[in-house]
Design a binder for this molecule. Structure first.
Ligand SMILES: [Fe+2]
Ligand SMILES: [Fe+2]
Length: 489
């Protein structure tokens, strides 16, 4: 009897599966209407920090700094609300240029991005040279490395413009999709414009640059220098770039706030959650209903999937497959919603993995594989901080666990894996096998199921796989293929 036949014969009846679904389904609140959008976005901004190669909390601290400067210059309250969301979402487009940056520099994009903000790349000098030497093609032999550095220098202006353009267009699109105003979208779009016209993508200058963008650019620079080198260096960097990168009057306000110490108050605290929530203008606070929560999940799924060309629509694919399985089990509306959101966000921790690893065509080293194995841990750490998503953070972060305890990152065993976690694990493997990867082409449905059946019942849950196969039964026939070994991440 074929493995598929064996699986079918051991499968629970439809009634049994549905009962299992009801039994293991969790009860959830019917409405999420009291959740603040600022709570969601400030927590999710930690994922954007990872993608930028920054410490978690960078966006939140930048938001606090930017709002303090806005209050100092007397920005009207209505504008402060838009600025607040511009600051929290300033890096929404950051994952979209990671792959391109990795290919341009032939290097670790996270390190390259993380270190770039302390470099004045608009001036040719020791700083930019040192950056090139320490970040371009660092793992290749010297002759190739030097050649690559010459190539990077020759196309630096064109490439920088392209990278910023990709990022700012994507970031502004995400803000629009989330329903924010055009001011927020354009604030994000013009983040990298410089006061003297030397920025990207449009070379805007002075009053042509939206004030939100210039405040956000100044705030993020202050934050990066503060964390890397301290308050004095942060103010020095702002002063040196005054009139070139930043509006002189904004820098003056920052200096004045810094002298009284108010600019830096409480920024060293580990938990800045209540601080950043308190900065949102009181009478303009946004709350998230179910529809908003779904929109935020879809937007972040797009951010996650934009990280590499190989994960295009992966999060949506996992969410769809998980919902198909849950639907087959007879899950109710709340549980299907929960599964969908968990599927959309399960790989959010992958934003913290370098593209030099995610897109490596060859075999990963032990160290690189460790970095891959950490991504569900980051997913857990990010999602558990989001009040509306904390209840599925454990299950979402268990998508690489196996029933025999040989999965990662925790090595959980069958008893420790809920039905939702098992569904997500099956959905994840299914979508990963269906997609094109650096080391192989996309696989046809029949072959995908043949491979997955070989992974039951020791790794994947048989009932969940059976449910998925049944849900796709109109669209495929099951052939007999020998198992092949695949790496999934
Ligand atoms: Fe994953
Ligand atoms: Fe995944």
């Amino acid at each position: 009897m074929s493995k598929i036949g064996t699986l079918s014969s051991r499968t629970l009846s439809m009634t049994g599966l549905r009962a299992l679904g009801r039994e293991q389904a969790c009860s959830r609140p019917a409405s999420d209407a009291s959740i603040r959008v600022s709570e969601l976005l400030s927590s999710l901004s930690y994922a954007l920090d990872l993608t930028e190669g920054r410490e978690m909390g960078h966006s939140v601290r930048s938001c606090i700094l930017g709002m303090r400067i806005a209050q100092e210059i007397g920005l009207p309250e209505a504008d402060q609300a838009d600025l607040y969301y511009t600051l929290l979402l300033k890096d929404a487009g950051c994952s979209s240029n990671s792959s391109r940056l990795h290919h341009i520099l032939n290097a670790d994009d996270l390190r390259a991005k993380g270190d770039l903000k302390t470099v004045d790349w608009t001036r040719v000098g020791w700083e930019s040279l040192h950056y090139a030497v320490t970040h371009v093609a660092t793992s290749t032999p010297y002759p190739q490395r030097i050649w690559k550095m010459i190539q990077v220098a020759a196309t630096q202006q064109r490439d920088s413009c392209e990278l910023v353009k990709i990022r700012c267009e994507r970031g502004s699109q995400i803000a629009r999709k989330l329903g924010f105003s055009e001011s927020v979208a354009m604030g994000i779009h013009s983040l990298d414009e410089h006061w003297n016209g030397g920025g990207y993508p449009n070379g805007l200058r002075h009053g042509e640059i939206p004030i939100f963008s210039n405040i956000a650019n100044l705030a993020q620079t202050l934050e990066v220098f503060l964390r890397a080198r301290g308050k004095r260096d942060a103010i020095d960097a702002a002063r040196r770039r005054s009139g070139r990168w930043f509006s002189p009057s904004l820098v003056k306000s920052a200096i004045s706030l810094s002298k009284g110490g108010r600019l830096w108050e409480d920024l060293e605290k580990d938990d800045l959650h209540s601080e950043v929530l308190a900065m949102e203008p009181t009478d303009r606070r946004l709350t998230a209903d179910d529809e908003t929560l779904d929109r935020i999940c879809v937007a972040f799924a797009e951010i996650i999937d934009a990280k590499t060309p190989f994960t295009y629509q992966h999060s949506t694919g996992v969410a769809d497959a998980a919902v198909d399985i849950g639907g087959f089990f007879g899950f109710g509306e709340q549980d299907l919603k929960r599964l969908r959101r968990a599927g959309l966000l399960h790989d959010i921790g992958k934003l913290g993995v370098s593209n030099s690893i995610l897109e490596k065509p060859g075999k990963l080293t032990a160290e690189e594989f460790d970095a891959v194995r950490r991504h569900p841990y980051f997913s857990y750490e990010i999602l558990r901080r989001v009040p509306a998503f904390a209840d599925f953070s454990y299950d979402a972060a268990a998508h690489h666990e196996r029933l025999d305890g040989k999965g990662y990152w925790r090595g959980l065993n069958a008893e420790e894996l809920s039905l939702h976690a098992r569904i997500l694990a099956v959905a994840d493997v299914f979508d990963a096998l269906r997609a094109k990867r650096p080391y192989r082409d996309a696989l046809p449905l029949e072959k995908v199921f043949s491979i997955m059946v070989e992974d039951t019942p020791h790794a994947l849950d048989s009932a969940c796989l059976e449910a998925l196969m049944e849900s796709k039964s109109d669209t495929h026939t099951l052939p007999q293929f020998p198992p092949i070994s695949v790496a999934l991440y």
